[in-house]
Design a protein around this ligand. Structure first.
Ligand SMILES: Cc1cc2nc3c(=O)[nH]c(=O)nc-3n(C[C@H](O)[C@H](O)[C@H](O)COP(=O)(O)O)c2cc1C
Length: 233
């Protein structure tokens, strides 16, 4: 197994609301994981991608060629902003999606950002950080399904949920309360984030054969879980 030396990881801010609590949440995530994996084997660069800077992306893919049917190495989207978005996303090895829950789902601009491309995301590791009153579990589950549909490498362990709890009203006004951060710290959220990052880096170090085997095993585990659920209902 070879370990990648220099990794570029993008932290994607999914909320474009004004005001929004997202930048405070992203700061918490960035502070938690920064420097934790920089050792003799890995050097990690974290870059924030704010979807607020990408509101000019078309709200649906344009043209008769689906993003998934574009040539993987040399896509051409006949839309300047999508071409720029393609170059931006292609530049990273892995992604941390930081998403709020909106009506039990993810914000539309995140889906737009995903749907406009395919190969740029595909077969790369992803980690999901969701937040909402109870941690945004439904948004996280939906995003996980979307990412797996796009053949991204995201495991159950790669999901971290951050509950806003009593800090919801402040969050709606764009402020992350200290008391919320205290709860996250006390309940081991920093450690969960670091674990998630470690898992992503491990995935990056695996060969294509190992990744395919891992995916097959994960699929078999999911099918076995579904069968078990059917049996118990
Ligand atoms: C359209 C909309 C729908 C929402 N739906 C949910 C929800 O389903 N569950 C939840 O816990 N919070 C929900 N919220 C509250 C958000 O968790 C809260 O506004 C949070 O601050 C959103 O993150 P942001 O400020 O970064 O956009 C919703 C907020 C909006 C704007």
């Amino acid at each position: 197994m070879t370990s990648p030396k220099s990794l570029r990881i993008a932290i994607i801010i999914a909320s474009i609301r004004e005001p929004r609590v997202a930048p405070d949440v992203v700061k918490y995530v960035t502070d938690a994981v920064s420097g934790t994996l920089t050792d003799s084997e890995h050097s990690i660069t974290l870059t924030t991608i704010d979807l607020l800077d990408w509101t000019s992306l078309p709200s649906a893919p344009i043209g008769t060629l689906l993003p998934a049917h574009q040539p993987a190495d040399n896509p051409s989207y006949s839309h300047a902003v999508v071409d720029k978005w393609s170059r931006e996303i292609r530049a990273y090895d892995a992604y941390i999606f930081v998403t709020p829950q909106y009506n039990w789902s993810i914000p539309a601009p995140l889906k737009v950002g995903l749907d406009n491309l395919f190969h740029e995301w595909s077969r790369k590791p992803a980690m999901i950080v969701s937040y909402g009153s109870h941690g945004g579990d439904k948004a996280a589950a939906q995003l996980r399904q979307v990412l797996r549909g796009m053949r991204m490498l995201v495991q159950w362990e790669g999901v971290v949920m951050l509950p806003l709890g009593k800090g919801l009203e402040s969050a709606i006004k764009g402020k992350l309360e200290e008391a919320v951060v205290d709860v996250w710290n006390e309940t081991g959220k920093k450690e969960e984030l670091v674990e998630g990052l470690k898992e992503m880096v491990e995935v990056l170090g695996r060969s294509p054969e190992e990744l395919m085997k891992g995916e097959k095993e994960a699929r078999e585990r999911e099918l076995a879980k579904r069968e078990a659920l059917k049996g118990s209902s």
